[in-house]
Design a protein around this ligand. Structure first.
Ligand SMILES: [Zn+2]
Ligand SMILES: [Zn+2]
Length: 258
């Protein structure tokens, strides 16, 4: 018969093992805490994150009103006549509710396992929208910021997307050559000025003549994508298309800054 000390020891060991296992295999959904989660995301939250609304083919903006489905293929007024640098943009959904919570858990909560389900959702969207590419390139983080965070969330998402699409991933082809200030809470104009010329292609041989799919976690003004696309085209990319997990909608940005 075991003494009370031994019993306590075994009980504590059990708790420790459960905690260690939870770290390795987070069974709970990062969106709602439910237990039936595959890769940290349950089917209900995945469904909530997946937008069924029409979005602008060029900039990914959420479209509303009677002409929304028609505008989807014609492009929205907001991006018409503006050089975004990307021919098309695929987005899983707006940066709000469940999708916003998931992106924040990945980015700021260090829940790196979420790169897989979010990458899977984005891969499904890229396929649904029929985006064609030869290579996947994540938007690079500032090297100092990446060291501090320990990972680049865009790269984690891009890795899963590339795997599912059967495309090569080039996480080091593009780099930030100039650190940029945190863009949060900046106006669209400030964002465009802050990131212009901030990116460069380090290895043009991996880009030249290829159709590049640029991947980011959150699309806000499009300034970062445009700066990446400019660098990729300067290196000889045949075409640049984009895929972003979530898009911050303009009207909500306006409301937030008011
Ligand atoms: Zn859930
Ligand atoms: Zn648009």
């Amino acid at each position: 018969m075991l003494g009370p000390g031994m019993n306590r020891f075994l009980r504590d060991l059990g708790k420790l093992a459960a905690a260690a296992l939870a770290l390795v295999f987070p069974a709970r959904c990062a969106g709602c805490g439910a237990m039936e989660a595959e890769d940290g995301l349950c089917a209900r939250c995945a469904g909530e994150a997946w937008s069924r609304r029409p979005r602008c083919f060029r900039c990914g903006a959420d479209l509303r009103g009677p002409g929304a489905w028609r505008d989807r293929d014609a492009g929205c007024r907001a991006c018409a006549g503006r050089d975004l640098g990307v021919a098309r943009t695929a987005v899983v959904g707006p940066y709000e509710a469940t999708l916003r919570r998931l992106v924040r858990r990945l980015k700021y909560g260090g829940r790196t396992s979420l790169g897989r389900p979010l990458g899977a959702l984005l891969a499904a969207r890229v396929s649904e929208e029929g985006l064609a590419a030869d290579v996947v390139v994540p938007v690079p983080l500032d090297a100092r910021r990446e060291r501090r965070r320990g990972f680049n969330q865009a790269e984690l998402v891009a890795r899963e997307l590339a795997r599912r699409a059967g495309l090569p991933l080039e996480p080091r082809a593009l780099a930030r050559v100039r650190p940029t200030p945190a863009l949060y809470a900046r106006s669209a104009q400030e964002r465009w000025e802050a990131v212009a010329g901030a990116f460069a292609v380090l290895d043009a041989a991996r880009i030249r003549g290829r159709r590049v799919l640029v991947v980011d976690d959150v699309l806000t003004s499009g300034a970062t994508l445009a700066a990446c696309a400019a660098a990729l085209r300067a290196a000889g990319a045949a075409e640049v298309v984009a895929a972003c997990v979530a898009r911050r909608e303009r009207r909500r940005m306006a409301a937030a800054s008011a």
